[in-house]
Ligand binder design. Structure first.
Ligand SMILES: Cc1cc2nc3c(=O)[nH]c(=O)nc-3n(C[C@H](O)[C@H](O)[C@H](O)COP(=O)(O)OP(=O)(O)OC[C@H]3O[C@@H](n4cnc5c(N)ncnc54)[C@H](O)[C@@H]3O)c2cc1C
Length: 526
């Protein structure tokens, strides 16, 4: 359960501001090195850019064209680490890149790109690239446009369908190592002592109370919000970030396989199988303002539907269930197009760059590389604090990555139906053990959330009591992830609200959150 008072009890070694992939990764790494840690997130964990991403754990094939070989190699190395340490969340994904009437040059370029992608991921566990000739591709994916199709390259990357759970599991592991984590807690002002930052004033957004969180070191992991949160810290007036907006559409299943298609304007468009739907993305346009205000425009939706329909004409791409928009935080270089900005990151020690000691910022960085970037940031902070413990996140499994063979049987013995147990295992991995233990103590928690749903009541209680869910959207969107489905879990919202003890107006708030991502307004059935 959230415990705002715990933030006031001591001077922490490290305060982490921002609870996306980076902030959660920093909190976990620092706590595992024995540092005392507090992490605050203005909304909910993972609610920022992390949950608005394509959810690929990938090297980034297209960055090869931009000659970002170091970035691709680093991402591929991190992909391997996540496949090992979070196999319940990060799964191999074969991706097809179809070629239409390719010129000799294009064919050579793709062949070289595929070869290089394999070479840059030495010692990888995933299969190598292969060429799929036209007829085989048409048999595999009958809906793909046949005119001019020569075949496709198939390569492997990985998908983290429930990236929200990846972040939550980082927070859970950080807390198990003693960290204090508070969502719905916004850092509104840095606490200063002379030239140094010594923590932050944090506003608990649920009670309105202000809390002074003191720390020897602060890590600013606010991603796309960095220029807003770093006001008064940096000497330079030019923004540290270039912000670009990216939109995704969630549609009924449009393909059987994952596709990366280069649209006529040269932009890469993914059409990915995702939670029984298709995820289509993304756009890349300059963005100005508060990242919380990013929305998919009609033009974004039209562009993506058109781009994907270019090769999947018969697919139900126009039946968009919902769209979501996120803001990329890219290192500001200036003078390049939005989709050509390098995806490299920087760890900025403001003591060195701006004469403000005690605070380090993470600038840019891909979700795929969050663990390695967190390690770099904690290395800087640990050195300052004289902590010599080694980073263990390269090999330490996330909490849900343990053995789970016996759990299915245990769940069935406790009276759960097979579809309920399968859902628990697919969402919580071996953390299912914790949920089953709750059912043992309170057998009514084994019941379904609502008739016909595979979700189990225990999930709601677990989300609130063990994973700090404080609002209905927290439970539905970022703990149980039920609300990521095309129906946004609207048929379950009232039942979940009742189980979680949320008021009726929370159901309205959930509807509002969902409507903000909907091309058309929706309401919860009475
Ligand atoms: C459209 C799109 C697609 C992408 N696809 C991929 C992909 O497939 N693979 C990949 O590797 N990367 C992808 N990325 C990049 C990836 O999503 C980001 O690099 C990553 O999620 C950044 O994580 P973060 O923790 O830095 O940012 P965030 O997840 O945004 O976390 C920062 C957090 O800080 C919080 N915050 C802000 N201000 C305050 C404050 N004052 N007090 C407290 N908290 C605050 C915010 O609420 C936010 O939750 C994509 C990005 C976009 C936009």
């Amino acid at each position: 359960m959230r415990d705002p008072k715990a933030l006031e009890t001591r001077v922490f070694d490290v305060l982490v501001v921002g609870g996306g992939a980076m902030g959660a990764g920093v909190a976990r790494d620092a706590a595992l090195r024995g540092l005392s840690v507090a992490v605050v997130e203005q909304d909910d964990f993972a609610e920022g850019t992390t949950s608005r991403s394509t959810r690929l754990i990938h090297g980034g094939l297209r960055y090869l064209a931009q000659r970002e070989f170091g970035l691709v190699r680093e991402n591929l190395r991190e992909r391997e680490i996540l496949l090992r340490t979070a196999p319940h969340l990060v799964r191999p994904l074969p991706v097809y890149v179809p070629l239409y009437r390719p010129s000799v040059r294009e064919r050579a370029r793709m062949r070289a790109g595929m070869l290089l992608y394999d070479l840059l991921s030495r010692r990888k566990s995933l299969p190598r690239r292969s060429w799929v000739p036209r007829e085989r591709l048409l048999a595999l994916e009958p809906g793909i446009a046949a005119d001019g199709l020569r075949g496709a390259w198939r390569f492997y990357d990985a998908q983290c369908a429930l990236v929200e759970r990846l972040v939550v599991e980082n927070v859970v592991d950080a807390k198990r190592s003693g960290a204090i984590a508070l969502n719905h807690a916004k850092a509104i002002r840095w606490l200063r002592e002379g030239d140094a930052v010594v923590g932050a004033e944090v506003r608990d957004e649920l009670s309105g109370r202000s809390i002074r969180v003191r720390a020897s070191a602060t890590v600013n992991a606010t991603g796309a919000w960095l220029d807003l949160t770093n006001r008064g810290i940096r000497r330079e007036t030019r923004p540290a970030l270039r912000l670009t907006k990216g939109v995704h559409l969630v549609t009924p299943p449009a393909t059987r396989h994952a596709f990366l298609h280069f649209h006529t304007d040269g932009r890469p468009i993914f059409v990915l199988p995702w939670l029984g739907s298709s995820l289509v993305g993304t756009t890349d346009t300059d963005f100005d303002g508060d990242p919380s205000d990013a929305r998919a425009s009609e033009a974004d939706v039209r562009y993506l539907v058109g781009a994907a329909a270019g090769i999947f004409a018969g697919a139900p791409l126009a039946d968009v269930a919902y769209a979501y928009a996120g803001v990329r935080a890219l290192v500001n270089l200036g003078g390049v197009k939005a989709d050509e900005v390098p995806r490299e990151h920087e760890i900025r020690d403001h003591g060195e760059t701006d004469g403000v000691a005690g605070i380090v910022s993470i600038v840019g960085g891909k979700l795929t590389a969050y663990r390695g970037i967190a390690q770099e940031a904690v290395d800087v902070v640990a050195k300052r604090l004289g902590n010599r413990a080694r980073c263990v996140t390269k090999t330490r499994p996330l909490p849900g990555a343990g053995a789970s063979q016996d759990l299915r049987e245990e769940g069935l013995e406790l009276g759960l139906a097979a579809d309920q147990v399968d859902r628990l295992l697919s969402v919580y991995g071996s953390m299912t053990r914790d949920l089953l233990a709750r059912i043992e103590g309170e057998p009514s928690l084994r019941l379904r959330v609502a008739p016909g749903s595979a979700a189990t009541r225990v999930e709601v209680v677990h989300a609130i009591e063990s994973e700090d869910a404080a609002t209905l959207p927290d439970v539905l969107l970022r703990r149980t992830c039920l609300g990521l489905a095309r129906d946004r879990a609207l048929p379950l919202a009232r039942a979940v609200a009742e189980l979680g003890g949320f008021h009726g107006d929370e159901v309205d708030a959930y509807c509002a959150a969902v409507n903000a991502q909907q091309p058309i307004a929706v309401s919860v059935p009475a």
